[in-house]
Design a protein around this ligand. Structure first.
Ligand code: FES
Ligand SMILES: [Fe+2]
Length: 409
């Protein structure tokens, strides 16, 4: 595939429809020189805890060993390839093992092979050769590192250290949103019938925020014109979008004049407290959408704090796994408020179900038009940060710049 001469202002629709490209992405991106999000430390707090997840298509397991160290290994038995771990999460005990159900090869938390049934055979017959090397048949390990609560893994031994990969400013935001011990409040899963890159673009696309998601402007949570900024990392891979709380109680008329669609100004909420922002984290920022390449978005939408992990499910499927959290020292009232406010996001939420639909209708619309391209010219051709958020697609172009570099396109 040749990228259009117009560069990042055009994405060829073939990029969402080509099986060969999809396989190359698994190799050059997900198993390549990037750090993929695996989970939160609070999801595996105790020795023996584990969580099964994915890096791209590859099933992996995140574990904590008896000394408290984190590990991640490919969930593929070294014997004949079966999934070793078949549960979503759990605990095998501090010194417990992960045992493959097929022939019961057993592995420790780090993925080291520690047990092979009938290794010496039975009655002098069968079994493994005398020089069979247990150390050479462990599970494939990933490098693991953390910033704040967030745990990342990489397949590539040459990937830059995690902090350099994310950049100082982006690490600082993670630390801001995980400034003290957290409590995981729950999970949700959202399936999109569309390619993962349509969602990667969507999460970096500030243009659609107040247009697709009418709940935002209708109820004054966000509208174009609120003070905010969009910061792209130097490598163009990660985007930090932040918006400050509205400076006044400006009516929606201003929004209605500028918008192509009219906000539904007569809509009423039965539970208006869902909109309330209880100031926290010591600042004016009330909205943060932090997209980290390739597979996670960290969000603060009012008091709804969550990470969204992007899992590829084939060329035309994507699963978004949401993990909602609060802080361990939250009052019961604040926890109740967060739980109620979670109704804004997730698969059945007032806001983010629409992103799933947007991904779906793009995938449907491009069918049969492999040689056509999108038009990504809002804000010109820049891929730079914006100190004052305007109306632009800089982050979408930046995504393609990073993608092209990794893919050699
Ligand atoms: S496939 Fe796992 S023990 Fe045989
Ligand atoms: Fe959206």
């Amino acid at each position: 595939m040749r990228w259009p001469a117009a560069g990042e202002t055009r994405a060829p629709y073939r990029v969402y429809e080509d099986q060969v490209l999809y396989a190359q992405e698994q190799e050059r991106i997900f198993r390549g020189p990037v750090w993929s999000f695996l989970g939160l430390a609070a999801e595996v707090p105790a020795a023996g805890d584990y969580k099964a997840t994915f890096v791209g298509d590859t099933p992996v397991v995140l574990t904590r060993d008896s000394a408290g160290a984190l590990h991640c290994w490919v969930n593929r038995c070294a014997h004949r390839g079966a999934l070793v771990c078949r549960e979503l999460r759990g605990n095998v005990g501090a010194n417990g093992t992960h045992t493959c159900v097929y022939h019961q090869w057993a592995y420790d938390a780090a993925g080291k092979l520690v047990g092979v049934p009938f290794r010496k055979g039975l009655g002098g017959k069968g079994g493994y050769p005398a020089d069979f090397d247990m150390a050479g048949h462990g599970l494939q390990q990933l490098r693991v590192d953390t910033v704040g609560e967030m745990i990342f893994g990489t397949f590539d031994s040459a990937t830059l250290p995690l902090r350099e990969y994310l950049g100082a400013e982006h690490c600082a935001n993670i630390e801001r949103l995980f400034g003290r011990p957290i409590t995981v409040l729950g999970h949700a899963r959202q399936y999109f019938s569309g390619n993962w890159k349509l969602y990667a673009e969507n999460s970096r696309d500030s243009y659609h925020g107040g247009l697709l998601h009418l709940f935002y402007p209708t109820f004054g949570i966000y509208r174009q014109g609120q003070r905010g900024w969009v910061h792209l990392s130097d490598n163009k891979l990660h985007q930090l979008l932040q918006v400050c709380k509205p400076a006044d109680d400006q009516s929606i008329e201003h929004y209605q004049q500028a918008s192509a669609r009219k906000a539904e100004s007569d809509a009423q909420l039965e539970a208006p407290e869902i909109l309330r922002w209880i100031p926290e984290l010591g600042g004016e920022i009330s909205l943060t959408i932090h997209s980290m390449f390739p597979n996670v978005v960290l969000q603060q939408i009012s008091n709804t704090l969550a990470v969204r992990q992007i899992q590829t499910k084939g060329l035309e499927g994507t699963e978004l796994v949401w993990t909602f959290y609060g802080f361990a020292d939250d009052s019961p009232a604040l926890t109740a408020h967060r739980l109620k406010q979670h109704n804004m996001v997730g698969p059945a939420g007032f806001i983010s179900m629409e992103d799933g639909e947007a991904v779906n209708i793009c995938q449907q619309g491009i069918a049969g038009s492999l040689d056509a391209t999108s038009v990504i010219e809002c804000g010109g051709s820049s891929t730079d940060s914006m100190e004052v958020m305007g109306v632009d697609e800089n982050g979408v172009r930046a995504f393609w710049a990073g993608y092209r570099r990794l893919m050699g396109l």
